[in-house]
Design a protein. Structure first.
Length: 261
């Protein structure tokens, strides 16, 4: 498309799914030239020889930066920029079906035991219809407005924990970390990094996971919370987990789990 003009830079802006984005402010950095993308996401700017940097902004989307070197004697490259829609508030999200589903933000709990402090939570109910979940073992996991420091990802399992010095009846079930998953968060919008995607090397096993900045370790990082979600179909409520009269398991109740935005 850019090659159609000999005196203008012409380009288009879309969302990550390829749908045109109108009303995006596109500015030629250092020169003041500016345009707004039209209903088809298209924009035009003066052709300027040499290195060019375009800054793109639209409320509710990641900012964009596009760099190119303009050679008037050569072919002008196509300009196609994709911007991510932003979640409604800071947090950790599962992104699926063009929707952000917030992971449950929980303060860590500490439990004194004979072996020392155990960190985990008793406040996540995987049967809650509002609990973030995905059937995808390789989910798109996004952090918005969260700390830039290293992230940690742990798989959690329920385990009995005996509270030290609280008597023989002080055993409770706690979701505790059982396996660390190597993970790293990479900025979608360089260099700002307000939206980052979490990458991990292998598909996630079905189960409950917590993304955090040290909440499940002795030393917390810049955010004391853990963000909990489930991979795989959620466990059915107790009544539905019972076998039906003909001996088969009735698990249809999970087929219509509610989704949160």
């Amino acid at each position: 498309m850019a090659g159609c003009s000999t005196d203008r830079l012409v380009g288009e802006v879309t969302d990550v799914h390829g749908d045109p984005l109108p009303g995006v402010s596109v500015t030629l950095r250092g020169q003041g030239a500016q345009d707004l993308s039209d209903a088809w996401g298209r924009f035009r700017l003066p052709l300027t020889p040499g290195p060019v940097v375009l800054d793109l902004h639209k409320t509710g989307y990641t900012p964009g930066i596009y760099e190119l070197n303009v050679d008037p004697a050569g072919e002008i490259p196509d300009i196609h920029v994709k911007l991510w829609a932003l979640p409604p508030a800071a947090g950790v999200y599962l992104y699926e079906d063009r929707r952000y589903r917030p992971a449950r933000a929980l303060e860590r709990e500490s439990f004194p035991t004979s072996d020392g402090l155990v960190y985990g939570t008793t406040k996540f109910d995987e049967r809650d219809p509002d609990a973030a979940r995905t059937a995808d073992p390789e989910p798109i996991l996004m952090c918005y407005g969260m700390p830039e420091g290293p992230v940690a990802l742990h798989r959690l399992e329920s385990a009995p924990v005996t509270i030290e010095g609280a008597g023989p009846q002080a055993e409770i079930e706690v979701l505790v970390p059982v396996a660390a998953v190597p993970a790293a968060a990479h900025a979608i919008d360089e260099p700002q990094g307000i939206l980052r995607q979490v990458a991990f090397d292998e598909p996630l096993q079905p189960g409950i996971y917590a993304l955090h900045w040290g909440a499940l370790t002795d030393v917390t990082g810049p955010d004391p919370r853990m963000f909990v979600f489930r991979v795989g179909d959620a466990a059915p409520p107790p009544d539905d987990a019972e076998a039906t009269k003909d001996g088969s398991d009735d698990t249809d109740a999970d087929d219509n789990d509610d989704e949160t935005e």
